[in-house]
Design a protein around this ligand. Structure first.
Ligand code: C5P
Length: 401
């Protein structure tokens, strides 16, 4: 599945300014011993010359669908069969639309239709184009068909705007394709993470809980491990495998979770509270299953406030660097910023859990990191990629604090 020595990788370059980064990607793939061939779209040639890509790949660059010379050697069907991995970087909004529509009007789109290789795209475009519903729908269609979407990143754009749409750094693309840890900036650091829902019992069989799947917390644990950290994962009831190398402590209620956190927080350098902790719990927990009665159609359960685990850690002297989450259905940014101060933490990751697009249970997420000096957008991606991106920003912010 991952690229490795001798893997046959076809790099597709389409027409965006980020094409200037494609030779760097080819180099990073060659560093890993891959056999690399490059296919350029007509538009790509306005930004970079085939000669450059030929020089770095060591192979003739393929450009035309109907190329007499190529048909004798490597025409589109041969290339489609040859490739084990295709990575299109940069992938423009237009090219993504073509792939989604299944068009075959140039060499690259044709061979993508004709291949059984794994396909990845690294989108690069103006932030408005990235945020356009057409682009989002096209990408989600491609993802449903198994195409891997890498990035984009967020920040200053060549067009002078700021926002999501920058092509992911070539080293990062190659690293993700190789399934390697990005870098190991968390070596020697201890990370404590809460994840999943809590279960607040009413009686031995019933309780109050929520839809949290635990996936984001587990992804952050996995990403921290890949960055070299020692990870303790305090998890509410979830159906997820423990990331290899993590110390997992299973808990049920908010009170259990607080105890587990307090036992481990003193040695932690980073505390990430991802758990969707129940705000209230039943005051009384019946020893036996509560029976329904014929006396009344109503029943009242009295609740009491749970401890706020994140705020408790936030208030500790010598506390670790603290990151919380804000899952809101409205006014996310304003609520998240208020939480930053109220809980005395360093970062709040705001994600929207409203409607079908919500993060709960999904394999994808998009978050805005709210910190004391600004905001950082991490666009929609699979939760592991979002987690890697989060750690990169967390470390930058923590080191500049
Ligand atoms: O106050 P609210 O529940 O919206 O805050 C969410 C953040 O606080 C999350 O990071 C969550 O893990 C944490 N939290 C907590 N203990 C609670 C409630 C929330 O650690 N009792």
């Amino acid at each position: 599945m991952f690229i490795h020595k001798n893997k046959r990788v076809l790099v597709g370059v389409t027409g965006g300014i980020a094409a200037y980064k494609s030779p760097e990607l080819v180099r990073r793939l060659k560093d890993r011993g891959c056999d690399v061939r490059v296919v350029m779209s007509e538009g790509a040639k306005a930004f970079i010359t085939p000669l450059t890509l030929q020089a770095v790949s060591g192979n003739k660059v393929h450009e035309e669908l109907l190329d007499e010379e190529a048909e004798l050697g490597m025409g589109h069907i041969e290339l489609a069969r040859w490739a084990e991995q295709i990575v299109i970087a940069p992938a423009t909004a237009n090219f993504i639309a073509k792939l989604a529509a299944g068009r075959a009007d140039d060499l690259l789109s044709t061979l993508v239709l004709a291949t059984s290789a794994e396909i990845a795209v690294a989108p690069a475009m103006n932030q408005q184009m990235w945020q356009h519903p057409s682009t989002a729908e096209n990408l989600s269609l491609l993802q449903d068909r198994g195409v891997r979407v890498i990035g984009p990143g967020s920040g200053d754009q060549a067009c002078g705007e700021v926002g999501p749409g920058r092509m992911t750094d070539p080293t990062e693309i190659a690293t993700l394709l190789a399934g390697e840890a990005l870098a190991r900036p968390l070596v020697g650091k201890r990370v404590l993470i809460t994840a999943g829902p809590t279960w607040e019992a009413m009686d031995p069989v019933r309780g109050i809980t929520n839809h949290s799947s635990g996936k984001m917390g587990f992804a952050l644990a996995e990403a921290a491990l890949d960055c070299g950290a020692e990870v303790t994962l305090v998890s509410g009831p979830v159906h997820l495998e423990t990331p290899a190398g993590a110390t997992r402590i299973d808990v049920r209620s908010a009170q259990n979770m607080l105890e587990a956190v307090l036992e481990n927080v003193n040695s932690a350098d980073y505390f990430v509270a991802v758990a969707a902790v129940a705000d209230y719990r039943p005051i009384n927990v019946a020893e036996q299953k509560i029976k329904k009665t014929d006396e009344s159609d109503e029943m009242t359960i009295r609740l009491v406030k749970n401890p706020d685990i994140l705020a408790t850690v936030g208030a500790m002297p010598n506390r670790p660097y603290c990151i919380g989450f804000a899952a809101e259905t409205e006014n996310q940014i304003a609520h998240a910023r208020a939480k930053l101060t109220r809980k005395n933490v360093d970062i709040i990751a705001a994600n929207n859990v409203a409607g079908d697009e919500g993060a709960f249970g999904s394999d994808q997420n998009a978050v805005t990191l709210i910190h004391h000096n600004g905001e950082i957008e991490i666009p929609t991606n699979d939760k592991y990629a979002v987690a890697i991106s989060m750690w990169r920003h967390i470390l930058k912010l923590a080191n500049s604090a």
